[in-house]
Design a binder for this molecule. Structure first.
Ligand code: FE2
Length: 210
């Protein structure tokens, strides 16, 4: 499996949608306008069950992986229950439908809103094409509100060939092999007057050694 797109509308609750309104500013984004809002938790998927870590560990990526914020320990508020439930359900689907190999995983969940103001263009992936540094990655679109742009693109690491280019629709999840592919989301701006935002949940999965 290089990548797979699937529907998970049933896992996406009204509480989850609403919880994006309460996310806190991501103070690590650069520039005067804070356009990203974020929560983060980690856990383990063992014997088909999710075990969330109580302590919130900082999120860290090395320079080699993230040229934008590599080498920075980032502290974010923990995920709320609705988001944790969504992640559990999505990981269960991924493992049980064998979209990822069966087994135990270290899991991290990121709940992210990227917002744009009138006349503004924002970039969901300011670091450009990148890998997250795990075995698998699932990007779930929860809500797209009044946005123009934000095309998700995948290319093969080995050949640099683009193999996917589409705007993710709400209630769909794109799962991908983070070892073989790089991903990127193009900038977006408001489609018309008023608020504009893109709400996603990103799950990273790293196979645990037996
Ligand atoms: Fe990423």
């Amino acid at each position: 499996m290089l990548y797979e797109l699937f529907d998970n509308v049933h896992a996406n609750s009204a509480e989850l949608k609403q919880s994006f309104e309460y996310l806190k500013n991501d103070h690590y984004t650069k520039g005067p306008h804070k356009f990203r809002f974020r929560s983060y938790s980690t856990g383990k998927w063992i014997k088909n069950q999710m075990h969330w870590s109580q302590a919130v560990k900082p999120f860290f990526q090395p320079d080699s992986i993230n040229v934008y914020l590599g080498g920075v320990e980032r502290n974010y508020p923990a995920l709320e229950a609705a988001c944790k439930e969504f992640i559990q359900s999505t990981v269960s689907q991924l493992v049980n439908l064998e979209l990822v190999p069966k087994g135990d995983y270290d899991v991290a969940g990121h709940q992210i809103r990227v917002a744009a103001k009138q006349g503004e263009e924002v970039s969901p992936t300011p670091e450009g094409y990148h890998q997250d540094g795990f075995d698998f990655l699932a990007i779930s679109s929860i809500n797209n509100h009044n946005i123009s742009g934000a095309t998700t693109k995948l290319r093969e690491l080995a050949t640099q060939e683009e193999i996917y280019s589409n705007a993710l629709q709400a209630n769909t999840t794109l799962v991908l092999d983070d070892r073989a592919l790089e991903h990127f989301v193009s900038p977006f701006s408001p489609l018309s007057d008023g608020r504009a935002f893109r709400d996603v949940v990103i799950i990273t999965m790293q196979k645990r050694q037996a």
